[in-house]
Design a binder for this molecule. Sequence first.
Ligand SMILES: C[C@H](O)[C@H](O)C1=Nc2c(nc(N)[nH]c2=O)NC1
Ligand SMILES: [Fe+3]
Length: 294
Amino acid sequence: MNAPQTALHGWAAGEAGRPANPDWTIPQRWESYTPKEHATWATLYRRQMALLPGRACEAFIDGMRRLPIEADRIPNFEQLSEVLMRSTGWQVVAVPGLVPDEVFFDHLAHRRFPAGQFIRRADQLDYLQEPDVFHDVFGHVPMLMHPVMADFIQAYGVGGLRAQRLGALEMLARVYWYTVEFGLVREQGALRIFGAGIVSSAAESVFCLASSSPHRIGFDLPRVMRTRYRIDDFQQTYFVLDRLDDLLRLAEIDFAPLYQQVAALPALAPDAVLPDDAIITRGDSHHHRARPPQ
Ligand SMILES: C[C@H](O)[C@H](O)C1=Nc2c(nc(N)[nH]c2=O)NC1
Ligand SMILES: [Fe+3]
């Protein structure tokens, strides 16, 4: 997934035009999707479902199985929300694309997941400027069926509003990026994917587990808060949780004292390796050496 330089954490600057609602929600108007748009969904869906068995974590596969997410059509947010609400109290709301941080956090804090209403162009399957319906619904929504992830993403919303007040948003956004978007987890002695940015990308679903290029390092909160990330290419480092339930502990920690500690330390490059890192695999960086940062 390649994205141009950005002002907003991880996504292209220039949020979509401000819609009528102050919370930036819009009607999904599911009936207005064209056969071509449903066909784009079908292509992306089939490509991922051929890759993810044996790569995606059990919670993702289980969540996908229990939700009204079909192969041949863009899901209907109302039908998704009916099942989600019964399971973890979440719902999916449509937005035109990127929304301002505080709007994003407020939705998450109220268990409303803002999903891009549009789908990417058929001739740009691997090029994403802003989160579209495939990234948000295929990538994020299945994990919202997992009670711990459901609590963690709500806590991120609440914590995000607080981090903004504390001027610590960059550190918190790194935690979100290296878990919810690009996280790996141990399962039965192997590594599995739970990050939405990975499960919705064909190339990175393979790269993150098979390539000798990236580092794979045991998750450590202050370490992750210090580590910058790549927005223009595959990640140079993946952080690995021992179990998804560790997110619950994270959601209960008071981040404020940690922000002060971490703010006093230098930020780390995306490909840094520290002496006290729990290294699972040390990468040879061959992929990124061939592609210097844009
Ligand atoms: C830090 C925060 O998570 C990040 O900047 C944002 N992400 C998103 C966003 N808006 C949408 N729709 N999706 C995101 O993932 N706005 C802000
Ligand atoms: Fe996302």
